[in-house]
Design a protein around this ligand. Structure first.
Ligand code: CUA
Length: 324
C-alpha cells in the first residue's frame, strides 16, 4: 500500500508546492476506490462462477426478474462516489487554474530547444527558473517563434504537480507556491522536434533574500572568474550544448561544431564564405539567421535582447578556447 507522502511515492515525486497535497490525495482516492471496486467485482464474479457452475444432476436454474434493493444500491452508491470525485476534482482544478492576485509574474518562453524565464525586473535566465519559497508565482507561457516555424511546447514541473502548454501566438498560464527549498526537474512534455528530450530545465526554490541577491547578480559577470570559464558555464546553461558540438564526447549535430571553429573559413548557405571571428560569432548568437552555415537549417532562436553584452563576450571567449 502506498499513501500520499511529502517525500514522494512509487507513483509520485516529492510534494513541493501547495497544490501537490490535494492533487495526490485525489489521485490516491480515485486509485484505491478503483482498486476496491475491481477486487469487489472481479472477486464476486469469480466466486459466483465457481459456486454456480453447471454440474451433473444439479438443480434447474430459476429465473429472477429483478431485485429492487440491490439495483438501487448499485446505482446510488457509485453515483455518490462519482459526484464526490467530480466535485473534489473541479474544486482542485479551479484552484490550480486561478492564480492568487498577489502572485509574482514570471514569463516563460519556450524555444527550440530551451526554456527562457523573464523576471519582473527584466532579468532573464535560461534553463533554470528561480523562485522564492512560500510566495505564489504565476508563469505566463509563450512559445516563441523561430525561423524554423512555431511549435507547441509544454512546461511540466512534476514536484509541483503543474503542467501547461506553451503555445505560439497565445499566452497560457500556470501558478504554484513552492513549499520546499531545493532543485526540481522541469520537462518539456509536448513533442517539439529533434531536441525535445533535451529540453530540460531546473526550478530552484530559494529563500526570498537569496532570490533577491541572485536577481541582482544577473546584472554583471561573476567576479574573479576568467571570461572563458564564465562562457563555458553559460554554454551549458543557455543550452547551446544541445545543438553544437563543443567536446569530443558531445554528439550534437543540429548546429555546426564549434571545435576549432574560431579562425576557420566557413561556407555559407548563400554560396559565399566568411572567416569566423568575434563579430561573426556575435552576429550568429544574436541574429543566427543572418549568415547560416552551409548544410544547416536556420533553426537557432535569436538571442538578441536575451543575452547581456558580457554574456555574449564570455561565450565568444569560450568558443575561442575550443581547439581541435
Ligand atoms: Cu519543447 Cu518538447
Amino acid at each position: 500500500m502506498t499513501m500520499p507522502s511529502a517525500d514522494g511515492t512509487i507513483f509520485l515525486p516529492p510534494q513541493a508546492s501547495t497544490v501537490a497535497v490535494e492533487v495526490d490525495t485525489i489521485f490516491y482516492f480515485i486509485y484505491y476506490l478503483c482498486l476496491l471496486f475491481f477486487l469487489l467485482l472481479g472477486g464476486s464474479a469469480l466466486y459466483f462462477l465457481l459456486k454456480y457452475r453447471r454440474r451433473e444432476g444439479g438443480p434447474e436454474p430459476v429465473p429472477i426478474s429483478h431485485n429492487t434493493a440491490l439495483e438501487l444500491a448499485w446505482s446510488i452508491i457509485p453515483l455518490i462516489l462519482l459526484v464526490i470525485m467530480f466535485a473534489w476534482g473541479v474544486k482542485a482544478f479551479l484552484n490550480l487554474s486561478v492564480a492568487p492576485r498577489d502572485a509574482m509574474e514570471i514569463h516563460a518562453y519556450a524555444r527550440r530547444w530551451l526554456w527562457e524565464f523573464e523576471y519582473p525586473d527584466g532579468n532573464k535566465s535560461i534553463g533554470e527558473l528561480r523562485v522564492p519559497l512560500g510566495r505564489p508565482v504565476k508563469i505566463i507561457l509563450l512559445s516563441q517563434g523561430d525561423p524554423g516555424g512555431n511549435v507547441i511546447h509544454s512546461l511540466f514541473i512534476p514536484a509541483f504537480r503543474v503542467k501547461a502548454d506553451a503555445l505560439p501566438n497565445r499566452y497560457n498560464t500556470l501558478w504554484f507556491q513552492a513549499t520546499r527549498l531545493g532543485e526540481f526537474q522541469i520537462f518539456c512534455t509536448e513533442y517539439c522536434g529533434a531536441g525535445h528530450s533535451d529540453m530540460l530545465a531546473k526550478v530552484v526554490v530559494m529563500e526570498p533574500d537569496g532570490f533577491k541577491k541572485w536577481l541582482d547578480g544577473l546584472n554583471r559577470p561573476p567576479e574573479g572568474m576568467p571570461l572563458a570559464k564564465v562562457g563555458e558555464e553559460l554554454f551549458t546553461k543557455f543550452a547551446c550544448v544541445t545543438c553544437h558540438k563543443n567536446r569530443a564526447d558531445n554528439a550534437a549535430v543540429i548546429g555546426p561544431s564549434l571545435i576549432g571553429a574560431f579562425g576557420r573559413t566557413e561556407g555559407l548557405a548563400d554560396g559565399s564564405s566568411v572567416v569566423i571571428d568575434e563579430n561573426y560569432l556575435r552576429e550568429s548568437i544574436l541574429q543566427p539567421a543572418a549568415k547560416v552555415v552551409k548544410g544547416y537549417q536556420p533553426v537557432m532562436p535569436p538571442f538578441q535582447g536575451t543575452l547581456k553584452d558580457w554574456q555574449v563576450t564570455a561565450l565568444i571567449e569560450y568558443i575561442k578556447t575550443l581547439k581541435q
